[in-house]
Design a protein around this ligand. Structure first.
Ligand code: NDP
Length: 492
């Protein structure tokens, strides 16, 4: 016997008798009272929500995180407290620069955004597949993204604009080198690492704070595409990464990643060779080893892409007791800008839709706004505090962060471009590459840098050469420029 099917209804739940336009006679016209048709057309006009300005093209999946090691000496985060403890999570991978219809296999940084539905609310880890970023001062962020998008006059992406900005922002060199290295185009989303990139803090049950960085290493191994492979793939399949992930999960080949942290004490931070809160720098593994924390596995595809992936809203401000921010300026700005973007893009109550809704109770004094449900405050009888009414939530003193000593800080607008060592770590990375890799890196860079004005090329070559002379020389040769002359005229 066939299963009883639900009745077809309007959005108000009114049964629909027949799916045809209501017309005056078989040839029309259509009647104003055809509320079924009006509802369908009006909803259709509103099917798209604003596209994300960055990370517009994304792919998501549900999974489970399992704690595998005891790190309670560093953090009191309850979802990490017991070995074997499981927490539901959702991930959204993305490219950064392309629009929603862009091809997957482009050379670009990948977003690696995770939402862990813990008993203390959501922990969002909004990372990338690279351990560093292009800039360290949030004042540059909107400017930087403009260079990655379309020129306002030509409406085309513009290599001169990109390299002009990068060559005037030497702090970008580390990320630029990773982007143009062999790891610049992941073969699949399953074959790349994720990084929290920022420095965060952890606080243990005794109220002691350490700084930490998060790493998510792929258990499938790193695999990347060459430029030739990616060009061929894009020609055949613009959704290659989405298709690969979707099909892997659908066929039970569940991908997983192992989560690690690096830890730095506050004393170590005071003497670290770089600013430990500088997003353009890593912490060398030799000095700050990786501690395993857990593992997550992706095992379920979304049922509805729009509801779950497009409307999923991640923000670094979603932090659970035991994990907190650091002074990292970029992180501080992101704490505001991500949730602000979602309030614009999805609505002021974006937290209340199922994909974003915490699986633990929510209770506060925020009310109203577009699409508010009463779920968060049905038992509360006041929308103000302090109050003496029934049903009010209790504060959780154990969640309060310990005080943070900012020393004798002088508030000022500090220049983020000068007086930093933006070259040593880039040189260290370059020297990890074998000869053939260095050559591929230089060829790729010259291919795009060559489209910029010569003054921009020359300025950028100086940065490569400062990281490693061989780096500068190789790119210069491929551009047909003489590095010696350039360095002489720069007075180096
Ligand atoms: P290590 O030799 O201990 O680590 C080198 C790291 O580089 C490994 O994590 C490796 O990843 C990663 N790596 C290798 N090739 C690439 C690539 N093309 N793009 C991005 N990462 C790559 O050295 P250090 O910790 O002293 O770091 C040396 C340099 O390595 C740094 O200056 C930085 O540029 C880079 N790096 C460092 C990381 C860190 O957290 N310390 C993280 C990632 C890069 P894997 O182990 O997966 O092969």
């Amino acid at each position: 016997m066939s299963e009883k099917r639900p009745p077809l209804t309007t959005a108000d739940g009114n049964p629909i008798g027949m799916q045809q336009a209501l017309t005056a006679g078989p040839r029309g016209p259509v009647l104003m009272q055809d509320v079924q048709l009006l509802e369908q057309m009006q909803h259709f006009n509103r099917e798209r929500i604003p596209e994300r300005v960055v990370h517009a093209k994304g792919t998501g999946a549900h999974g489970t995180f399992t704690a595998t090691q005891d790190i309670t000496r560093f953090t009191k985060a309850r979802f990490l407290a017991d070995i074997g403890k499981k927490t539901d999570m959702f991930i959204r991978f993305s490219t950064v620069a392309g629009e929603r219809g862009a091809a997957d296999a482009e050379r670009d940084v990948r977003g690696f955004a995770m939402k862990f539905y813990t008993e203390d609310g959501n922990w969002d880890m909004v990372g990338n597949n690279t351990p560093v970023f292009f800039i360290r001062d949030p004042y540059k962020f909107a400017n930087f993204i403009h260079t990655q998008k379309r020129d306002p006059k030509t409406n085309m992406r513009d290599m001169d604009m990109q390299w002009d900005f990068w060559s005037l922002s030497p702090e970008s060199l580390h990320q630029v080198t990773i982007l143009f290295s062999d790891r610049g185009i992941p073969a699949t989303l399953r074959n790349m690492n994720g990084y929290g990139s920022h420095t965060y803090s952890m606080v243990n049950a005794e109220g002691e704070r350490v700084w930490c960085k998060f790493h998510f290493k792929t258990d499938q191994g790193i695999r990347c595409l060459t430029d030739e492979e990616s060009a061929k793939l894009i020609g055949e399949d613009r959704e290659s990464h989405q298709r690969d992930l979707y099909n892997a999960i659908e066929t039970g080949d569940y991908p997983s990643w192992t989560m690690y942290i690096q830890v730095m004490t506050q004393d170590e931070a005071a003497t670290f060779a770089w600013n430990p809160f500088d997003l353009t720098k890593v912490w060398p593994h030799g000095d700050y080893p990786l501690y395993e924390v857990g593992r997550f596995e992706l095992s379920r595809n979304p049922d509805n892409y729009h509801a779950e992936v497009e409307q999923s809203s991640f923000s670094p401000s979603a932090l659970v007791p035991g994990i907190g921010p650091s002074p990292d300026k970029m992180l501080q700005a992101r704490l505001m800008s991500y949730s602000d973007a979602h309030r614009y893009r999805v609505g002021s109550n974006y937290h209340q839709i199922p994909i974003n809704r915490p699986k633990s109770p929510v209770a506060n004094y925020q009310r109203d706004g577009v699409m508010a449900t009463a779920n968060d405050y049905s038992k509360m009888t006041a929308n103000y505090w302090p109050n003496s009414r029934d049903g009010q939530p209790d504060e959780a003193p154990q969640a309060k962060e310990p005080p943070m000593d900012l020393g004798q800080a002088i508030a000022d607008r500090y220049d983020s471009t000068t007086d930093h060592d933006d070259y040593t770590q880039v040189g260290n990375l370059y020297r990890l590459f074998d000869d053939a890799h260095r050559d591929r890196l230089a060829t790729r860079i010259a291919g795009v840098l060559g489209q910029a004005r010569e003054t921009v090329q020359v300025r950028q070559l100086g940065h490569f050469a400062r990281a490693d002379e061989d780096y500068g020389r190789r790119v210069a040769e491929k551009l047909g420029l003489d590095l010696n002359k350039i360095m002489e005229s720069a007075g180096s």
